[in-house]
Design a protein around this ligand. Structure first.
Ligand code: DOR
Ligand code: ZN
Length: 345
C-alpha cells in the first residue's frame, strides 16, 4: 500500500477568489496547496477590461502570505459584443490567461453573461487565432429544461456546434458533471479538455437531500445521479490527458448558504488535495494523480510545469465544521468529516 505520495506542485485550473475582505481570507487556503490558479472573473461588476484585471490581480497578489510562491492566472468575463482585439491584447500582455463564457443567468454572477453564442463569434474567432483558451460554464439557461439536464442539453444545443465550427479554438469544458460531458470530451479532438471538481467526484444528487435539505452540497452545475459520478471518477482517473484538476472552490458566507434561497457554490479550497487524493486512492489510481493535478492542465494551456514537489501522506485530516475567512464564517466541503490523507506541503 502506498502511504506517501510526492508529486510535482499542482495547480487549480478553476476557482473563485471573490474580492475585498473575503478574498483576503480565502487566497491563503489556495496558496498553501497550489502553485497557480485560474481565477474566475464573476465579480460584481465582472472583470472585463485589461486594466480592471491587472488591478484585481494586484489585489490577489497582495493577499498571498509573505514567503508563499503563488501566481494567480486571470480570466476575462465574456459579454455580448465583447471586443476580440481587447481580449487578444490582454492575452498578449500576459494579463488574461483565458476568457470565461457564462451563459447569461446560468449561475452566480452571470447576469452580464452571453445571451447567445452568436453574439461573441467574432471574439471567439480572434481567440482561436491567437491560441487563447475559452473556458465554458456549460449549461443552458432555459427554465423549461430540467436543471439536471441542462449540461447535456448545452452540449447538444451549443457546444457540439461550436467545436464543429471552430475546431482550432481551445476549450475547457469546466466542472463537468455528467457521463454525457465526459463522453463528449473523450470523443472530441485535442483542443477540448475538462476540469472536474472534488465534489462531483464525491457526491451525487442525494447528498442535497440526505435527511433534509443540505445547502452545503449545492453548487452549479448541480450534482447528478450516481451513474454520472461514477463516469466522472472513471474519466478523472483514466489517465486521459484531457482531464485536470479544477476545484471550482466558491466561497459563500454560511449565512448566505443557509437561507431560504441559498447561494450555489461549495468552498473546497482548504482541503482540496486531501479530497481529490482520496478519490484516486479509492479508485486504485494514485499513480495517475500527478498527471491530473500537475501535468495535464499546464500542458493544455501551453504553460510550463511547476518546479518543486508536495507530499501527501496517509493519516487523519479532521475537517472543521467552519473556517474563518478574514471575518467571514464559511462551511468547507467535507465539514465534520475525517479524510484519510494529510497534506504535508
Ligand atoms: O456553484 C457555483 N458557484 N457555480 C458557479 O458556476 C459559480 C459559483 C460561484 O461563483 O459561487
Ligand atoms: Zn466556477
Amino acid at each position: 500500500m502506498t502511504d506517501s505520495l510526492t508529486i510535482r506542485r499542482p495547480d487549480d485550473w478553476h476557482l473563485h477568489f471573490r474580492d475585498d475582505a473575503v478574498m483576503k481570507g480565502v487566497v491563503p487556503f489556495t496558496a498553501r496547496q497550489f502553485a497557480r490558479a485560474i481565477v474566475m472573473p464573476n465579480l460584481s461588476p465582472p472583470v472585463t477590461s485589461v486594466e480592471g484585471c491587472v488591478a484585481y490581480r494586484d489585489r490577489i497578489q497582495a493577499a498571498v502570505p509573505a514567503g508563499v510562491d503563488f501566481t494567480p492566472l486571470m480570466t476575462a468575463y465574456l459579454t455580448d459584443g465583447v471586443d476580440g482585439d481587447e481580449l487578444a491584447r490582454g492575452f498578449a500582455e500576459g494579463v488574461f490567461t483565458a476568457a470565461k463564457l457564462y451563459p447569461a443567468h446560468a449561475t452566480t454572477g452571470s447576469a452580464h453573461g452571453v445571451t447567445d453564442i452568436a453574439q461573441i463569434m467574432p471574439a471567439l474567432e480572434k481567440m482561436a487565432s491567437v491560441g487563447m483558451p475559452l473556458l465554458i460554464h456549460g449549461e443552458v439557461t432555459d427554465s423549461h429544461v430540467d436543471i439536471f439536464d441542462r449540461e447535456a442539453v448545452f452540449i447538444e444545443r451549443t457546444l457540439s456546434g461550436l467545436v464543429r465550427n471552430l475546431p482550432e479554438l481551445k476549450i475547457v469544458f469546466e466542472h463537468i458533471t455528467t457521463a454525457d460531458a465526459a463522453a463528449f470530451v473523450d470523443a472530441s479532438g485535442p483542443n477540448v479538455a475538462a476540469t472536474i471538481t472534488p465534489q462531483h467526484l464525491h457526491i451525487n444528487r442525494n447528498a442535497m437531500f440526505a435527511g433534509g435539505m443540505r445547502p452545503h452540497a449545492y453548487c452549479l452545475p448541480v450534482a447528478k445521479r450516481e451513474v454520472h459520478r461514477l463516469a466522472l471518477r472513471k474519466a478523472a482517473t483514466s489517465g486521459s490527458t484531457k482531464y485536470f484538476l479544477g476545484t471550482d472552490s466558491a466561497p459563500h458566507a454560511q449565512s448566505a448558504k443557509e437561507s431560504a434561497c441559498g447561494c450555489a457554490g461549495i468552498f473546497n479550497a482548504p482541503y482540496a488535495l486531501e479530497s481529490y487524493v482520496t478519490v484516486f486512492d479509492e479508485e486504485g489510481a494514485l499513480d495517475r494523480f500527478e498527471a491530473f493535478a500537475s501535468e495535464n492542465g499546464p500542458r493544455f494551456y501551453g504553460l510550463p510545469l511547476n518546479e518543486g514537489t508536495i507530499t501527501l501522506e496517509r493519516g487523519e485530516t479532521r475537517v472543521p465544521d467552519t473556517v474563518d475567512a478574514n471575518g467571514t464564517t464559511i462551511v468547507p466541503f467535507h465539514a465534520g468529516e475525517t479524510l484519510g490523507w494529510v497534506y504535508r506541503g
